[in-house]
Design a protein around this ligand. Structure first.
Ligand code: BES
Ligand code: ZN
Length: 865
């Protein structure tokens, strides 16, 4: 690994208190002019001011001390590598207040960061550009020179000079709008609260909106592409319910007079919590009754819930430095579920948490190349790197465990203490623990630092003994490693809140305790010898559990008759698959357990089981047993597919629609003839316009026909792609395209991914779409290598590049390929993807070991079926 360069925060000798910024974007030349007057406090006499700035040309920088008529001109020098600029003044600046005035120009780039341009088509077919911003984590410095660190908070007075007919938005409401000569308008916005630079936003473009008010009179608007304002109604409903929910939960009102949510056509992340002006990908905000799937609808609710939570947790109280990013993201990723559960109980969203977040966290965090939740970061490329499943999903998972441990009442009280104490300021992880410790009177700091400062998590060995009418349970912890190999000298140990449910108390813990050393013994009274017990009731704890075969035998009937709760069924098989991959249990035994899910009817359980089976499928793809494995999959999924059928029933829960999508897709992809036949028929009717497919069936149909399809099907899909008006539909099609098997067609998909028909924000996922097959995977990796310069430039090394690398490499299965991947990135470094590359290589080696160890046994077993 290359040496990390020493990194220094900005000096504290001069600090800003207010920025008065005027920006004039030019949507024809893709440039902008700016000037800013920054009110600063000179804390100690110095003749230099050092701030952040990158890809900005600075014409002048002058300083005037308060009460003085002298204006001193700074000599400007850039440090591109560090993204900094120094203004050197002829004499030391006097201690006290002063004004720093800077004139500058910049480019509205096409890299989706800083102040950038986003392309859209108006209803009359004209191509247009909007000027929009994305500043987190460290790109405000691309729009205006500033102290671009989260702890350097200031107020902002924004002025935008824009073409008269455009919509122009910023964090605060407009306070004045003046016509200038020509077609220009000078729009001034109210002063923001004291806040961090990464939360500022400016938008100039064509949009429609729908508007409402929440119960406290906050004006909420959802901005959509022109002509599509109805697609904003669902998000509007969610936002209007969500703001009062958080106000009530935190005990603190939303402090701004308005809340805008806006769909941006080109957007690299999913959404961004700019204070009062939250930006979204179109697919994370827009809902059309005829074209939006239940899954996307649910996603919109989660994303809105997530970003609005940041308005308090992140915006009002901000992490002191990026090391504590997880505070923002982990917390928001947890509370978005609480909010959706409140607004839409029909999604049974907490069960989905176990799959979406806990599962993802445990998978990544079992790698030797994982990292602790709190991780020292310096240079911007290292900051990009930590927007990963550890900060988000492990962060959310440890908070869920903590919330469960101390209870909602104490948790809420602690949140209120924390937010009240640090509002308009910054906080460290320890500050949150202190507040929760105060409210709960439990040793939160001690317990939680074992989770945030240490990487990984434990596996608990569960031993049980019947003793008359009691069951004596001993749990012993050790670090869980995906390869089953604990590094020599490893001393990690966690403080683990433990719960146990039993046959007579299946839905809530029969008992609980805290494991604070190597082991813990708990005695359960009144347990019959035949009763099952399961540790980690509700799968809330961030650990895996391993049982003896006798204990597991007792649990199997409880899977079959579903007396174990859905989260527990899910957690049980998830642990078993991970243990199998680590070589700690037999993979054949785990497939036998999978067969006991034959009566399963829960969407989320199926979803998790399905992806776990795919990890076994992945290694078997490289063997002659694959057809038998596919037949095993078809047999397992067929009964449930027959129950859910093809057609939605009146009043059906969205979870059934999602389950239908899941099982039909699984069967279609695994060559189920009857599913492919029905999909083909329904596709033809859809294509001819005779009977339009409901949104919830489209993914299943597209994937079924493409994975069995020829050039004709492929061409038809591209035709639908061209005709599709909604990004959701384009994305659905383009992500499915890669399931084609024919090599010529796979190549076409790859070329298509970088064509001007696909937005940069989506290319990565189109390429990832071809990595499901052995041949596709090889071709995708070759494609990445062949187009490396272009891809690197397109994403400027950001987090989308890390995702691309992961998707195209981690499923390989030989040591040679692991080496090849390492070599390639040694020669072509991608700093923000460094850790992702190591993780990919570790996964490749894990796959190789797993196949070597269990391949033959799996083959024998599948043959015997
Ligand atoms: N603060 C992030 C946006 C962000 C992500 C900025 C990466 C810079 C780099 C935002 O709150 C967020 O977490 N967005 C998520 C969606 C969310 C629902 C998990 C995203 O963009 O994936
Ligand atoms: Zn977030």
């Amino acid at each position: 690994m290359p040496e990390k360069k020493a990194f220094a925060r900005l000096p504290g000798s001069v600090i800003p208190s207010n920025y008065n910024i005027k920006l004039k974007p030019n949507l024809q030349t893709f440039t902008f002019e700016g000037d800013e007057t920054i009110t600063v406090d000179v804390k100690s006499a110095t003749n230099t001011i050092l701030i952040n700035s990158v890809e900005i040309a600075i014409q002048s920088a002058t300083f005037q001390a308060q009460g003085s008529s002298d204006i001193s001109t700074g000599e400007i020098s850039f440090n591109e590598e560090d993204e900094k600029v120094t203004f050197k003044f002829p004499a030391p600046l006097p201690v006290g207040k002063g004004e720093l005035k800077i004139k500058f120009t910049g480019i509205l780039n096409d890299k989706m960061k800083g102040f950038y341009r986003s392309k859209y088509t108006t209803p009359d077919g004209k191509e247009q550009f909007a000027a929009v911003t994305q500043f987190e984590a460290t790109d405000a410095r691309r729009a205006f020179p500033c102290w671009d660190e989260p702890a350097v908070k200031a107020t902002f007075d924004v002025t935008l000079v824009v073409p008269k007919q455009k919509v122009a938005l910023s964090n605060m409401p407009v306070i004045s709008s003046t016509e200038l000569n020509g077609d220009l308008l000078e729009v001034k916005y109210g002063t923001t609260p004291i806040m961090s630079t990464y939360l500022l936003a400016f938008i100039v473009g064509d949009y429609d909106y729908v508007e409402g008010k929440d119960q406290d009179g906050v004006i909420v608007r959802v901005y959509t592409p022109v002509g599509k304002k109805e697609q904003g109604l669902f998000a509007l409903e969610v936002a209007i319910k969500t703001l009062p929910f958080y106000k009530n939960y935190f005990g603190i009102a939303y402090p701004l007079p308005k809340m805008d949510l806006i769909a941006i056509a080109d957007f690299s992340a999913g959404a961004m919590e700019n204070w009062g002006l939250v930006t979204y990908r179109e697919t994370a905000l827009l809902v059309d009754p005829n074209n939006t799937s239940s899954h996307v609808r649910q996603w919109v609710a989660l994303v809105v819930g997530h970003e609005l939570a940041h308005q308090w947790f992140g915006n009002l109280v901000t992490m002191e430095w990026w090391t504590h990013l997880w505070l923002n993201e982990g917390f928001a990723s947890w509370i978005e579920y609480l909010c959706v559960d409140h607004c839409f109980p029909e999604f049974d969203i907490w069960t989905q948490f176990v799959n979406n977040d806990l599962g993802r966290a445990l998978e990544l965090d079992a790698l030797h190349t994982s990292h602790p939740i709190e991780v020292p970061v310096g240079h911007p490329s290292e900051v990009d790197e930590i927007f990963d499943a550890i900060s988000y999903s492990k962060g959310a998972s440890v908070i869920r465990m903590l919330h469960n441990y101390i209870g909602d009442e104490h948790f809420r009280k602690g949140m209120n203490l924390y937010l009240t104490k640090f509002k308009y300021k910054n906080a460290f992880t320890e500050d949150l623990w202190a507040a929760l410790e105060e409210s709960s009177k439990k040793p939160i700091g001690q317990l939680m630092s074992t989770w945030t400062k240490q990487m990984g998590f434990p596996v608990l060995q569960v031993e049980e003994k019947q003793d008359g009418k009691s069951r004596v349970v001993t749990v012993t912890q050790r670090k869980f490693c995906a390869d089953g190999l604990i590094p020599e000298g490893d001393k990690s140990q966690w403080m683990v809140p433990i719960t146990i449910c039993t046959a007579s108390s299946p839905d809530k813990p029969a008992t609980s305790g805290v494991l604070d050393s190597k082991n813990l013994t708990i005695t359960l009274e009144n347990v019959k010898a035949s009763d099952w017990i399961k540790v980690n009731s509700g799968t809330v704890g961030v650990y895996r559990a391993q049982y003896s075969s006798e204990s597991l035998e007792r649990l199997i009937p409880a899977i079959k008759d579903k007396s174990l709760s859905p989260s527990d069924r899910l957690g049980l098989q998830s642990d078993l698959f991970a243990l199998a991959r680590a070589g700690m249990v037999s993979s054949v035994d785990v497939l036998k357990v999978a067969e006991s899910f034959i009566n399963e009817d829960n969407y989320t359980v199926w979803n998790d089981l399905s992806s776990n089976l795919s990890t076994v499928g992945l290694i078997l793809q490289y063997t002659e047993s694959y057809p038998q494995f596919q037949s095993f999959i078809r047999n397992l999924f067929r009964p449930i597919s027959q129950i859910v059928g093809w057609d939605k029933k009146d009043g059906e829960s969205p979870l059934i629609s999602m389950l239908r999508e899941l099982v039909l897709t699984k069967l279609g992809r695994n060559g189920d003839e009857s599913v492919i036949k029905e999909a083909t028929k329904r596709f033809e009717e859809h294509f001819m316009g005779a009977k339009i497919l409901p949104a919830d069936l489209r993914k299943s149909v597209y994937i079924s026909i493409l994975s069995d399809g020829n050039e004709d099907v492929f061409t038809k899909m591209l035709e639908l792609y061209d005709k599709a008006d909604m990004q959701e539909e384009k994305v659905r099609i383009s992500r499915s395209l890669g399931t084609v098997r024919d090599e010529g067609l796979i190549t076409k998909v790859l070329d298509f991914s970088l064509s001007d028909k696909v937005r940069s924000q989506d290319s990565v996922f189109v390429i990832a779409g071809v990595t499901g097959s052995v041949r596709g995977r090889q071709l995708a990796w070759k494609f990445v290598k062949d187009n490396w310069t272009k891809l690197y430039d397109r994403y400027r090394g950001g987090f989308l590049l890390a995702r691309l690398i992961k998707a195209t490499t981690e499923d390989f299965i030989t040591e040679e390929l692991a080496k090849e991947v390492e070599e390639f990135f040694k020669a072509n470094p991608a700093p923000a993807a460094e850790r992702a590359i190591q993780q990919s290589c570790e996964n490749i080696r894990l796959n190789a070991r797993w196949l070597n160890r269990d391949g033959d046994k799996l083959k024998e077993w599948l043959k015997s079926k």
